[in-house]
Design a binder for this molecule. Structure first.
Ligand SMILES: *[C@@H]1O[C@H](CO)[C@@H](O)[C@H](O)[C@H]1NC(C)=O
Ligand SMILES: *[C@@H]1O[C@H](CO)[C@@H](O)[C@H](O)[C@H]1NC(C)=O
Length: 375
């Protein structure tokens, strides 16, 4: 009797806890920031041509420096300025920035998603910051043939107000030469933990940056420059190029709703370190496939667990599908680094320009029980 009533109060407490936490989560809405796609225009009296004159002229934003408000179809000389989504975007000239404040929960992790299109600068970069974190992301390589890409960047909130700043640190001869920015969205991240069913965290890639429902390009996760917060919790993108985060609404994934596409060949690896026991045997299993995005040909994914490695071939017809692979290894350290990259570089057979590659999903790392001996 005593025991069951105690159990009852535990259940009530748990239920209360759930109500409280779900309420907190609801207070924050994932999606576009206020006027995050710049569809609300500045007053024409606050503009001279395309140049925005006042710091608060663009609804919901504060700007500084040479910022232009660019409408779809607009040209600079012969060059069409690419507006990634909808009616308009902003363009950040030399040292220009846009800023917006947002209420957040200190200690929680958030991921920003935004689209950026390169225009005329040689070496275009974007400095994304939420104090005290900031990173300069190269937006030089255009992965998508449309002329723009979606990028993700994550931060851990230190204060209850996050001041989100996108800043072009460039100094070009033509002060207008800078990136076009559009579709700025945010998502609260809930970094998953390792369990007794999987020694890797977020191994199915379900937790990650916001994917704009109307875009069918996925989101690039740039290489972590230092040991920063990852928009793909628990994973680090290493080397030079980004990997792409894709969703099942627009692509084929092996399991669940999300997966990663290795679009940078040997120049982009994704890694995670797991706790292991020296001398124990483990199995790293994973799915390799294609995203159903016309990425055709012979693919190979190289998987590593410490110094053990496996090369898994996959013949892609570009129409979706996957196979599973296993790497069995004996741990030689208390931490084992698991890593994946694509051996080859691929481009879409639709436009021969968009970078693409094999999809990795549903990764599992588990120790293998030593087989029982029959006596
Ligand atoms: C990036 O922006 C932050 C915040 O505005 C600033 O503190 C930092 O110095 C900038 N970094 C570069 C390289 O411009
Ligand atoms: C997505 O597209 C639909 C139809 O074109 C539009 O009504 C909606 O506002 C768009 N959503 C976003 C977030 O852009």
């Amino acid at each position: 009797m005593q025991r069951s009533s105690r159990m009852g109060s535990v259940v009530v407490l748990l239920a209360l806890f759930c109500v409280v936490t779900s309420h907190l989560a609801l207070a924050f809405t994932d999606g576009l920031l206020g006027n995050g796609n710049f569809e609300k225009a500045p007053k024409s009296s606050d503009m001279k041509g395309t140049v925005v004159l006042k710091s608060n002229a663009i609804p919901e934003w504060e700007i500084s420096g040479f910022v232009e408000y660019i409408k779809a179809g607009q040209k600079q000389g012969d060059m069409l300025l690419v507006v990634p989504e909808g009616y308009a975007a902003v363009r950040l000239g030399n040292e220009a920035s846009i800023k917006q404040k947002l209420n957040v929960t200190p200690g929680m992790y958030y991921s920003l998603t935004f689209s950026a299109a390169r225009t005329c600068a040689q070496d275009e970069k974007l400095n994304v910051s939420v104090a005290p974190d900031s990173d300069v992301l190269p937006i030089q390589t255009v992965y998508n043939s449309e002329g723009w890409d979606l990028y993700a960047w994550a931060f851990r909130a230190s204060y209850s107000v996050a001041v989100i700043i996108l800043h072009n640190p460039g100094v070009e001869e033509d002060p207008a030469c800078g990136p076009l920015i559009d579709s700025i969205a945010i998502r609260a991240l809930y970094p998953p933990k390792a369990t007794n069913k999987n020694l890797l965290k977020n191994a199915d890639f379900e937790e990650g940056p916001y994917i704009l429902p109307n875009t069918s390009w996925g989101v690039l996760i740039p290489p972590n420059i230092e040991d920063d917060n990852s928009p793909l919790p628990a994973w680090t993108v290493e080397s030079l190029k980004a990997i792409k985060y894709i969703d099942s609404d627009h692509f084929s994934v092996a399991q669940g709703k999300r997966a990663i596409e290795l679009v940078g060949g040997r120049e982009s690896a994704i890694a995670q370190v797991a706790r292991t026991i020296v001398g124990k045997t483990y199995e790293l299993t994973f799915a390799i496939g294609d995203a159903s995005n016309s990425c055709e040909g012979s693919m190979i994914v190289e998987a590593f667990a410490g110094s053990d490695t496996i090369k898994v071939p996959y013949e892609s017809k570009g129409k979706g599908g996957y196979k599973r692979a296993v790497l069995r290894f004996k741990a030689v350290a208390i931490r084992t680094r698991v890593m994946f990259f694509s051996t080859y570089y691929h481009t879409s057979s639709k436009d021969f320009a968009s970078l693409c590659g094999p999809v990795v999903d549903d990764v599992k790392l588990l120790s293998v029980r030593s087989p029982r001996r029959l006596v």
